[in-house]
Design a protein around this ligand. Sequence first.
Ligand code: GDP
Ligand code: MN
Length: 381
Amino acid sequence: MDFVEHVAKAQLRAHAISVPDGQVVDANNREIHITGPVAVKAQVPAGGRGKAGGVILTHDAPAAVDQLLGSKLGEHTVAEVLIETRVNIATELYLSVATDGALGSPVLMFSPSGGVDVESSADEISQLQLKIDVQPGLDELVEFLSASGCPTPVEEVAGVANKLYTCYLATDAELVEINPLVITEEGEVVAVDGKLSVDDSARTRQPELAEIAADPPATFLEAKAAENDLRFIELEGNVGVLANGAGLTMTTMDAIAHHGGSPANFLEIGGDSYTLAVPALELVLANPNVKSLVVNFCGAFARCDVMTGGVIEAWKTLKPSIPVFFSIHGTGMDEARAMVRAELDIEPFEAMDDAIASAVQAASASRQSTEGQIQATESTN
Ligand code: GDP
Ligand code: MN
């Protein structure tokens, strides 16, 4: 789950990290009560706003709000704007706590040169990491920060790092980032930006955050899938996957990879696939990369013949031109296999592995033949 800046900053504030005074406005509530020099900031769940024109330093907040509200920043439309009392920046630092999957631990990352040119993935930052397995002591933090080139007041920055770690734990975060963490001309340490990314599996533990999480940017097909209550994720490969249940779908994807292929999608249709077969198949086929299709059903309570019936109907409606490879096992499999033979004139595979291997082969053969065509076209020119 990702969040916009003002949500991240509310979490920072709740953990006693100092953030500028601010207010959020949107199309329905544009009344501004902050005066003086302000930073007016587009609230989209993406970084790099400073460079993209999404952060305006001004005395004229209403004009900046007019400019930003409803505008496009990358793939996001700006629906909310944060207006903050401007901070007089002396130094911009970078500070974050992130889950490091390879280390199996949270790490604290710091750079003495934060700001718009620093991304969390930057090499210079990865040099300045502290693995933290337990709540770090202030002495340990001061030592790390001093060794990493942190300017005075180091103790204050260490205090923020300590609170940031607490915030990371409390929100089940994968990343809490302050860039820039600013030392003001008055010598105070203030979080001028905030970014929060929370583990998706923590939804039930974090219901309030789940409620206000930013919608992940979906592809056109993914958005269409959501309308049909289908869980669909577009992938890079060329072997389409239609299977009942998330587990079997992932097994199918693994087996495709095992045979040297690459799946074109994740699509969870579950037991009521017979009612969803047409939109499901439409989605899989709408991806122009798909060169072959595996239909993998494993019947239990959901009967194979019912699910297969749905797919056959969909197949006849959509009349795809790609080859399809069936693996059908479990409840109702004999009826289902007979239907595939009778209606589509296709022989289902006895073993799942063979169906998947054949689909991978067909996809790669089709790729080679299109490459051949392209070469042939080029050579005639
Ligand atoms: P990002 O580009 O999406 O990461 O947005 P930030 O919130 O980090 O803002 C980008 C840059 O604008 C910061 O790195 C600062 O240099 C500058 N900025 C933001 N707020 C203020 C402020 O209150 N005062 C000053 N002087 N600069 C600011
Ligand atoms: Mn930033």
